[in-house]
Design a protein around this ligand. Structure first.
Ligand code: COA
Length: 277
């Protein structure tokens, strides 16, 4: 159990779970306590049926200023290797949970995003930033390499030259540049950020949830596969998804071919008409 449950919070409204880093006075840096609480929240809410999209946001001026240099590094290291490994398990653990989360996830990057913050950033399926947000791999500025997955994140998301420049200089980039370098999908003025994220969440809410989970997992899995392996995986993943929801797929075909009420190329079928077998 987290000692202080207020360091990460959530509220569920209109089918969206708004999960917050909530240490604004510490720029939402990730302490062991915060990591533990995030893990608990993800566990608590994952299969609730009153929300279908999770948004990860930061309270105050930061999204997350990365790992807590005092509580995560200095104080944990002082307790020995066992404590260090435990702190790593708890932080990497909730990021991994988020990468494979049941519901689609959106990072709403409202402000500072540093170093270790790239772990949860990457874990979210989609990311929308404020133009005013500031990103950096600041590790080089205090004398370590970008660990905790951060190096892997920039190599996965960015072109190599940009990843190298970003990691070796530690320079800040704004939301627009982060979008150009593909750290996030897009960047909008801070005043429009929540509205844009809500709009995107609504788009996801209109899709078949079984297909969304299968799709987001497939995107991450096939990235490292050969074409043949991916082809095989996708056949099996589709068949497995059908065993959870075959009716949605049939309804989608019916509304297009028989009812002629929508065109899949132009939008999603009407899920409310789906009759589950
Ligand atoms: N670890 C520990 N404490 C942190 C922190 C971090 N990563 N980021 C911020 N804090 C703390 C500060 O020590 C300060 O604590 P205090 O009020 O007890 O003195 C408080 O949060 C506010 O930070 P401050 O630096 O005064 O805010 P700012 O708005 O002027 O600057 C940052 C914001 C994010 C630019 C600055 O705090 C910073 O550089 N943080 C470190 C970022 C970093 O390198 N993270 C990578 C870790 S992997």
């Amino acid at each position: 159990m987290a000692d202080d449950p207020t360091v990460a919070t959530y509220r569920i409204e209109d089918g969206i779970a708004w999960v917050s880093f909530n240490r604004p006075d510490k720029r939402n840096c990730m302490s062991p306590n915060l990591n533990r609480r995030m893990g608990e929240i993800l566990d608590e809410i994952e299969f609730r049926d009153d929300f279908s999209v999770l948004v990860l946001k930061g309270e105050g001026s930061a999204w997350s200023a990365g790992m807590d240099l005092k509580e995560y590094f200095r104080e944990t290291e002082a307790q020995g290797l066992g404590a260090t490994r435990k702190a790593q398990r708890e932080s990497y653990g909730w990021w991994r949970r988020l990468r494979w989360y049941q519901k689609p996830t959106i990072a709403m990057v409202n402000g500072w995003c540093f170093g270790g913050g790239y772990g949860p950033l990457y874990a979210c399926d989609l990311a929308i930033a404020a133009d005013e947000a500031q990103f950096a791999l600041s590790e080089i500025n205090w004398g370590i390499l970008p660990g905790g997955g951060a190096t892997k994140v920039v190599v996965d998301l960015m072109p190599l030259r940009d990843a190298m420049y970003h990691a070796m200089t530690g320079e800040l980039i704004g939301g627009q540049k982060a979008a150009e370098w593909r750290l996030v999908n897009e960047s909008v003025p801070l005043a429009r950020l929540e509205a844009r994220v809500t709009e995107l969440a609504k788009v996801l809410q209109g899709k078949n949830p079984v297909a969304l989970k299968a799709t987001k997992d497939a995107i991450r899995r096939v990235k490292e596969m050969t074409y043949d392996n991916a082809e095989d995986y996708l056949v099996r993943a589709q068949e497995a998804a059908n065993s959870f929801d075959n009716e949605g797929r049939k309804e989608g075909i019916k509304q297009f071919i028989d009812d002629k009420t929508y065109k899949p190329g132009l939008g999603a079928y009407d899920k409310s008409k789906q009759v589950d077998a």
